[in-house]
Design a protein around this ligand. Structure first.
Ligand code: C2E
Ligand code: MG
Ligand code: MG
Ligand code: MG
Length: 288
């Protein structure tokens, strides 16, 4: 094992690595101004109830329009924000913006905000959540925090206290990208979650792979036993949608139903759908 680690420590220097470092540096410098300059935006992706086909949750996904580099994906800038201290003010802003936006929606629709696992060890998070709720007037039960499973979630005392504190305020906790971490079952055992979001990589394979199907079915079963909600993430095809419903996932999210969109476009969509209950099977047929 030591031999292995030793080998990995001698990373060869090459120019592409240098370029990556430069870009990371540019991004970090850019991010410092992004908040103040209003370059960050939240887009929302609706999540649907598999039974009623109604929108039940909208997930806030951060977008950054860099003045020179154009749109930069969260896959690239979130890690940069996490490795600097910028993730804290960015998350505080996201919480405030998301709660404000959710005040325009129907009472029964929740808003979900992604929280970097490292923030679960800081007192700043409960404070940022309280500020966002008080400032917007949003009911705590309409706010859901999505936490990606990671080593931070393991039996860490501070994380435990902070998650407990947040739940007492009345908001909901979702375990994001379930199945991709080191100890998915461990996270479920140690912490109380209201929702499990099954990573899209599992849903991707349900058409071809009996292993992916077996895993998806087991998670749906586990969630029922724990009495928590489930979201099947990354549903791209009618086949996956049908599978998610049949397997008993309570909610579905994916491009086949809706892509993330700006807050104004989401309001239009909600307006169109108001009062009208769309049959999920009809959505499937319509897409054919
Ligand atoms: P996530 O929380 O798992 O969010 C779901 C991601 O899957 C989003 O990517 C969404 O656009 C994408 N997605 C949804 N449906 C489909 C589908 O059918 N097919 C495919 N291929 N993709 C789909 P996005 O917006 O690029 O975000 C990527 C990740 O960045 C998020 O994954 C989350 O971990 C992180 N992220 C985004 N916004 C924030 C934020 O405000 N704070 C933090 N800490 N992380 C964020
Ligand atoms: Mg998420
Ligand atoms: Mg996810
Ligand atoms: Mg993800």
């Amino acid at each position: 094992k030591a031999k292995h680690a030793g080998r990995n420590r001698h990373v060869r220097f090459d120019w592409s690595m240098k370029e990556r470092q430069n870009r990371a540096y540019d991004l970090e410098m850019g991010l410092r101004n992004a908040l103040a300059n209003g370059e960050l935006e939240l887009h929302y992706q609706p999540i649907f109830d598999t039974e009623s086909s109604r929108i039940t949750i909208c997930e806030a996904l951060m977008r950054w329009r860099h003045p020179e580099m154009g749109w930069i994906t969260p896959a690239e800038f979130i890690p940069v924000a996490e490795s600097s201290s910028l993730i804290e003010p960015m998350t505080a802003w996201a919480l405030q913006q998301a709660c404000r936006d959710a005040m325009d929606w129907d009472e029964d629709i929740r808003v979900a905000v992604n929280i970097s696992p490292a923030l679960l060890r800081t007192d700043g998070l409960p404070r940022a959540v309280m500020t966002a709720l008080l400032e917007s007037g949003l009911k705590a039960r309409r706010l859901e925090l999505e936490v990606t499973e990671s080593t931070f979630l393991e039996d860490d005392r501070r994380t435990h206290l902070i998650l407990g504190e947040l739940r007492r305020v009345g908001l909901r906790l979702a375990l994001d990208d379930f199945g991709t971490g080191y100890s998915s079952l461990g996270s479920l055992r140690t912490h109380e979650f209201d929702t499990i979001k099954v990573d899209q990589s599992f849903m991707r394979g349900v058409g071809e792979s009996s292993r992916d199907r077996a895993i998806a079915q087991s998670v749906a079963y586990l969630a029922r036993a724990l009495q928590v909600e489930t979201v099947a993430e990354g549903i791209e095809t009618e086949e996956q949608l049908r599978y998610a419903r049949e397997t008993g996932f309570t909610n579905v999210q994916g491009f086949v139903l809706s892509r993330p969109m700006p807050a104004a476009a989401l309001l239009d969509l909600m307006e169109q759908r108001r009062g009208e209950v769309v049959d999920m099977a009809a959505v499937i047929r319509q897409r054919r």
